[in-house]
Design a protein around this ligand. Structure first.
Ligand SMILES: Cc1ncc(COP(=O)(O)O)c(C=O)c1O
Length: 399
């Protein structure tokens, strides 16, 4: 089957946050023609989902009844099969806890294990909802910053050992693959990370929401598949949402092998009457994991080509912007030091002159302030438009 990812699909009028939300710093007076704003920010794709998912949703809609829902055996079997087939990981059905998203899950996990004053370790620059997931529930953030050298990010294990030696550090949230820097951590890196955390009794919560979006030449390893001990002493967050562009269906699978930890998270969910499942999310997840693999292979190829295209374009026309090699995710992290603009001036240029809406690097922590994050999951024509606008705005600025 072929898929036409070049097709531009109009998402205006579909309640899309990506396309409808205007950032507060978008100057409407200066830009009365707001329709020009090109959104390449929040992490969803501008591609239609696998046809089998559409078919499953239409079938479910035609049934006409949408009451409270729960996952049945076939749902669990499909999720288990996906992890086995793709990552060689054997999950037990009871380990899988459904939540309406990974971010809600992270909030509930922090609530379940962190007391006010406890510390939670993250690795900035990192996905910013981690910050609020920790701070909303009385936790204190400790950052084991990633090391940026020679255009590449790595982990600082000496700093990790030092920070986790503090008994107040109770949990570490790992972003694997890492948003925004695009690293797919190797088994060796994960082993070192996990050993240091375990030695210091730090619970590892591995956010693996991007694990299916791995660029050619790289391999994903789940934190939990490193060893039986890592598996028992960790929580892994997974979802079909990034993989198959289903974020609006609010369905994610949190893997908690340890029974006591699992019960604690479930109790937190129960206290808030947090719904686990909805009829469309269940139908779409089953269809995607059963029939979506060919689409996934094709979409990864397309994103990999988008990445090559952007890198080649920037090298030729705007070498002041240096993309960081993309190993996984569809989010390209771009080093903007060469523009020699402070973050506010760069934002002004991109938003109000080029009319491009990106995730500003500083949102991911102060370490990200000289960077921008671009969502590559869109037709190539949109990237061409974005790049041409940026080149024009930079030329106007310096000309
Ligand atoms: C690392 C990471 N975790 C979680 C999410 C969002 O998860 P959800 O929509 O399931 O809450 C994202 C979305 O971009 C993400 O990049």
């Amino acid at each position: 089957m072929t898929f036409n990812f070049d097709q531009e699909i109009d998402r205006k009028g579909t309640n899309s946050i990506k396309w409808e939300l205007e950032p507060q710093d978008y100057d409407m007076q200066q830009n009365p023609d707001a329709g020009r704003l090109l959104p390449l920010w929040v992490a969803d794709m501008d591609f239609a989902v696998p046809p089998a998912v559409v078919d499953a949703l239409v079938k479910r809609a035609e049934h006409g009844l949408f009451g409270y829902s729960m996952p049945m055996d076939s749902y669990y079997e499909t999720v288990i099969d996906w992890h086995k087939r793709r990552y060689g990981r054997s999950l037990a059905k009871e380990w899988i806890v459904l939540t309406p998203g990974v971010v809600p899950a992270l909030n509930m996990i922090v609530q379940s294990f962190i007391q006010p004053g406890d510390k939670v370790l993250i690795q900035r620059p990192v996905y910013y909802p981690f910050f609020s997931a920790i701070e909303n529930h009385g936790g204190e953030i400790v950052s084991n910053n990633l090391v940026y050298a020679n255009g590449r990010y790595t982990m600082d294990f000496a700093d990790l050992a030092q920070k986790t030696a503090d008994p107040a550090v109770k949990m570490a949230i790992l972003c694997s693959p890492h948003n925004p820097v695009g690293r797919v951590w190797t088994a060796d890196e994960l082993r070192q990370f996990g050993q240091i955390c375990l030695e210091n009794n730090v619970l590892v919560v591995s956010d693996e929401i991007h694990c299916d979006l791995i660029m050619p030449g790289h391999n994903f390893t789940s934190f939990a598949s490193i060893s039986a001990e890592f598996e028992q002493k960790s929580i892994v967050c997974t979802a079909p949402s990034k993989t198959f562009n289903l974020a609006g269906l609010h369905t994610s699978n949190i893997i908690i092998p340890d029974e006591e930890m699992r019960e604690r998270v479930k109790q937190t969910m129960d206290k808030q009457r947090m719904p686990g499942a909805n009829p469309f999310g269940l139908a779409a997840t089953e269809a995607a994991y059963k029939h979506g693999e060919e689409w996934l292979t094709a979409v990864i190829d397309y994103i990999a080509d988008n990445n090559k295209f952007v890198a080649a374009y920037l090298a030729e026309h705007l070498p002041q912007l240096r993309p960081i090699p993309l190993e996984g995710t569809y989010l390209l992290w771009i080093d903007c030091h060469g523009l020699e603009l402070d973050p506010a001036a760069r934002r002004q240029l991109l938003l109000n002159q080029a009319h491009i809406f990106l995730d500003a690097g500083e949102w991911f922590g102060p370490e990200g302030e000289m960077f921008e994050r671009v969502n590559l999951a869109c037709p190539r024509s949109v990237l061409v438009e974005m790049l041409e606008r940026v080149v024009t705005a930079v030329q106007q600025k310096s000309g």
